[in-house]
Design a protein around this ligand. Structure first.
Ligand SMILES: *Cc1c(COP(=O)(O)O)cnc(C)c1O
Length: 248
């Protein structure tokens, strides 16, 4: 149980969170409707990097169940403090191979598989724990030097290799779009990821191991565009929790 440190502030935070969540749900439903998709076709991953455990508990109380963290250590602290059993934690940030074992223990899915070597390490750790680990392949669609992820031209080959790893279940693709002034400028990035996913469905059907259904794309500034382009998962931090403190 988490004791609110300051009841008044706490109630206000919960109210703000509820208001933001309602607005986000409405915008998501409207975006889906514009392109004739059912609102239920898109799931929200609440991104909780820098968000304190008591606020995560409030988000959970509002019905959110899917949470994304970027760092293994930060996630581990929160998961052990919160002990909320029906939360699904997903890893969405770059993973170093030396933290792969811990990641397999903590997360229901790793969205940020960005190399075949990482996939092989995760597969070995999942095998050791006797579990099947769902993964998404992260794609650096815009080819930005600052971002991790497979290059577009490497995705089909990588997907073929990952599909053969017995303890990983590849479920789709993930991307982080470039930061741009005009969100409309990222539409081609989302469209490209969807085309890649459709291509994978043809060439690497995945056998027993899943169907490349998931498209994890869209964040606070561009989730409506991503939904219009076929996102099945949107990863929302600031739209739900407000601005993050500036990194030090
Ligand atoms: C931080 C982060 C998000 C959420 O970003 P917002 O702009 O706050 O919605 C989504 N995906 C990844 C990989 C992130 O690191």
């Amino acid at each position: 149980m988490i004791e609110p440190q300051h009841p008044v502030t706490d109630a206000r935070t919960a109210e703000t969170l509820a208001t933001r969540l309602a607005a986000v749900c409405q915008r998501m439903a409207a975006a889906a409707e514009r392109v004739g998709r059912p609102a239920g076709a898109v799931r929200t991953i609440a991104v909780t990097k820098t968000v304190p455990p008591e606020v995560i508990a409030q988000a959970c109380a509002l019905g959110l169940r899917d949470f994304g963290e970027n760092r293994v250590q930060e996630a581990q602290r929160k998961i052990s403090e919160l002990k909320l059993s029906d939360i699904r934690w997903e890893l969405i940030g770059h993973l170093q191979t030396n933290k792969a074992a811990r990641a397999v223990e903590l997360f229901v899915r790793v969205q940020s598989v960005d190399s075949v070597r990482l996939a092989e390490t995760l597969n070995a750790k999942a095998a050791a724990l006797g579990r099947m680990l769902p993964v998404l392949l992260e794609v650096n669609v815009a080819g930005e030097a600052s971002k991790s992820g497979f290059a577009v031209e490497d995705v089909v080959d990588a997907a073929g290799r990952v599909t053969r790893l017995e303890h990983l279940r590849p479920e789709g693709l993930m991307t982080v779009a470039p930061l741009v002034e005009d969100p409309e400028a990222v539409r081609p990035v989302f469209r490209r990821l969807r085309e890649l996913r459709d291509q994978l469905r043809e060439v690497t059907p995945g056998g027993t191991s899943g169907g490349w259904d998931e498209l994890s794309m869209g964040m606070s500034d561009d989730f409506e565009l991503a939904i219009e382009e076929g996102a099945t998962l949107v990863r929302l931090g600031r739209a739900l929790f407000g601005e993050r403190p500036a990194p030090v």
